[in-house]
Design a protein around this ligand. Structure first.
Ligand code: HEM
Length: 292
């Protein structure tokens, strides 16, 4: 990923974190004021820089890690807030942890990088680690790839996120990959009327079939076939020509609820000015030292 793309990625993650911090998921009413970039300035002045370097190093060695990290952040934040609970291992004899839920295992990448780099994004710090992690809460909170726009809207709304936020955040599917099993129901045996999902471009469907041959293996396909490693606006352009990979992607253009937002994002894409529009969110309701 080019440097400018990394900085956009970081800007994007700041926005995401700020948005998520303001939602109903979290625990404390007034703890937001405790969070800030530079939280460790006195107690461990190097902390944020060390972590930032570790994340940059991991991403420059393997650009695919960026996609893994961004998705992991999403999966962590939607279940019990951005408290790192997705990183916790299942304790033998106790209920399975988030990490072992089908939405996370084996597809969630970057767990090892995050062990050294969790606060490596430009995220206000000072939040405490969560101590509860339950697989049973994952599917109650994370939207599945077959959701329609109204279902996605309802899910994001419970996290305090608007349709605009949802369409922007979904743009992170501009990078990274999906396993064939995440969209194969669109390629054959779709429903009683159509063997193939009619909202999928037929030429694109044929291409996907070559990438997802029948068999036991479950290969991966780029989320954005045009510019798979760039966080840009091609993800939205793909939706306009029915080349969204997941149902939950394509529905954003097909539904009148979100179509206009997709068209706008296809024009302007990710840029820092857009990030600023979204950033004035509060930081309350996360776990901080007040809660201990
Ligand atoms: C709108 C609802 C969403 C749904 C239904 C959804 C679903 C999925 C699915 C099924 C995959 C592929 C998993 C696999 O097969 O390996 C995926 C990949 C990914 N998702 Fe989402 N997602 C959504 C929103 C988001 C959001 C909000 C973000 C980030 C803020 C995000 C970031 C990513 C990334 C970066 C990847 C690629 C991961 C990699 O290459 O390792 N997604 N998503």
């Amino acid at each position: 990923m080019a440097d400018s793309k990394i900085s956009k990625f970081v800007a994007f993650m700041v926005v995401f974190s700020l948005m998520i911090c303001s939602t109903t998921m979290a625990k404390s009413k007034s703890s937001g004021s405790k969070l800030r970039v530079g939280y460790y300035y006195k107690t461990c002045p190097q902390a944020e820089m060390i972590v930032r370097k570790a994340v940059n190093k991991a991403v420059s060695k393997n650009p695919g890690i960026a996609a893994g990290l961004i998705r992991m952040h999403f999966h962590d934040c939607f279940v019990r807030g951005c408290d790192g609970s997705v990183l916790l291992d299942t304790v033998p004899g106790k209920p399975a942890a988030e990490k072992d839920n089908i939405a996370n295992f084996p597809s969630l990448q970057g767990l090892n990088s995050l062990k050294v780099g969790w606060i490596g994004y430009d995220v206000p710090s000072g939040r405490r680690d969560g101590r509860v992690s339950l697989s049973s809460e994952v599917l109650q909170n994370l939207p599945p790839p077959f959701f329609s726009a109204p279902q996605l809207r309802d899910n994001f709304r419970t996290k305090g996120l608007s349709l605009d936020d949802m369409v922007t955040l979904s743009g992170s599917h501009s990078i990274g990959v999906s396993h064939c099993s995440s969209f194969s129901s669109r390629l054959s045996g779709f429903n009683a009327t159509f063997d193939q999902d009619p909202s999928l471009n037929p030429g694109f469907a044929s291409f996907l079939k070559t990438r997802c041959p029948a068999g036991n293996s479950d290969p991966v396909v780029s989320n954005d076939f045009q510019t798979p490693n760039r966080l840009d606006n091609k993800y939205y352009a793909n939706l306009k020509v029915q080349k969204g990979l997941l149902t939950s992607d394509q529905t954003l253009f097909d539904s009148p609820l979100t179509r206009k937002l997709v068209v706008e994002n296809a024009k302007y894409g990710f840029d820092d000015s857009r990030a600023e529009v979204l950033s004035p969110q509060t930081n309350d309701q996360v776990i901080t030292s007040d809660d201990e």
